[in-house]
Design a protein around this ligand. Structure first.
Ligand code: IPM
Ligand code: MG
Length: 356
């Protein structure tokens, strides 16, 4: 297979972890006989510095014409000035929106070898296997926002909007996935307070009832979900929720496997190229020190191969390599329990070894 892949390293630890993904893609290409044509393009803070734009036109153009996109992370304190004209995160949000990537899949699975490094108890988390579907191009992230004058100085507002169509399409994808897993779907909202959530709940119930009548379906309020996620995570199969609730709940859920450094994500939409990224951020505090965990990015790479290129065996090979290095006891600093840990490149080396 010939595939055109766009790599967007971004800021902070982004370039270091994508460098490992690139090595792994080269190795997988060689051993399975594929040609991965990879090119790197700017996004985020570095793109602001160089082009005054967190998503330069050339980047979006090349993303539109490729088979799949792998992203590191964007953002950092350098671009955090609240009065700045633009921000690194705007580049990522625009990319998601312009490519119509309305569904963000975030699998949360515990690794047997790491269960004891999670801050949570083994009997609570062992066997957890949740697939989050976070709505990604709507809700409060994309509503009208601004500031207006106020007697106390200023007021700021963000509008939260969801339409029937936006809820239908994400719930449908989540329900389809649930049918292929354990047949259980949980929709998370805040319908006791928010009008958007009341529409969400009505639409979700209708889609499930009309199109997936055999699905086990329940609804949970987002505040209660925050609690259930760490008290009974094994009860959940597929979880579908809006943009901001999904953002928050998946960071919380990352503590089930033990580290944000282990969680990949896939953003897909209406058929164009998918965007794959670790769910963690740019971690500017550890950037450039060769200590970042590349495993989330490598698992995102596996998702890319499986979902965008239909290369299941290749994806499984990467996932098996990740399992194998964890079994060998290799740990980057974020998941190390004792004093010894390996660096980003050493973890990449070990994955390449396990692959060959
Ligand atoms: C994520 C991140 C992003 C988000 C930021 C970087 C804009 O937190 O992908 O979860 O909030 O969506
Ligand atoms: Mg987030």
């Amino acid at each position: 297979m010939d595939a055109k892949l766009v790599l967007l390293p971004g800021d902070g630890i982004g370039p270091e972890i994508l460098a490992q993904a690139r090595r792994v893609l080269d190795a997988v290409g060689r051993s399975f006989g594929h040609q991965f044509d990879m090119s790197e393009h700017p996004i985020g803070g570095n793109a602001i510095d160089e082009f005054g734009d967190p998503l330069p036109q050339a980047t979006i153009d090349v993303c539109r014409s490729c088979d799949a996109i792998l992203l590191g992370a964007v953002g950092g304190p350098k671009w955090d000035d609240p009065t700045a004209k633009t921000r690194p995160e705007v580049g990522l949000l625009r990319l998601r929106q312009e490519l119509g990537l309305f569904a963000n899949l975030r699998p949360i699975r515990t690794f047997e070898e790491l269960i004891d490094s999670s801050p949570l108890k083994r009997d609570v988390i062992a066997g957890t296997d949740i697939l989050f579907f976070r709505e990604l191009t709507g809700g409060i992230y994309f509503g009208d926002s601004g500031r207006r004058s106020h007697e106390s100085g200023e007021a700021a507002y963000n509008e939260m909007v969801y339409s029937t169509g936006e809820v239908e399409r994400i719930v449908r994808l989540a329900a389809q996935a649930a049918m292929e897993r354990r047949g259980k779907l949980t929709s998370v909202d805040k319908a006791n307070v928010l009008e958007t959530s009341r529409l969400w709940r009505q639409v979700a119930e209708r889609v499930v009832k009309d199109e997936f009548p055999t699905l086990k379906y329940d609804v949970v309020l987002v505040d209660a979900m925050a609690m259930h996620l760490i008290s009974r995570p094994k009860d959940f199969d597929v979880v579908v929720t809006g943009n901001m609730f999904g953002d928050i709940l998946t960071d919380e859920a990352s503590m089930l496997p033990g580290s944000l450094g282990l969680l990949p994500s896939a953003s897909i939409g209406s058929g164009g190229p998918g965007l794959y990224e670790p769910i963690h951020g740019s971690a500017p505090d550890i950037a450039g020190q060769n200590v970042a965990n590349p495993l989330a990015t490598l698992l995102a790479t596996a998702m890319l191969l499986r979902h965008s290129l239909s290369l299941s065996a290749e994806a499984a090979a990467i996932e098996a390599a990740v399992d194998s290095v964890l079994k060998q006891g290799l740990r980057t600093r974020d998941i190390a329990t004792g004093d010894s840990s390996v660096g980003t490149t050493e973890m990449g080396d070990a994955i390449l070894n396990a692959l060959s």
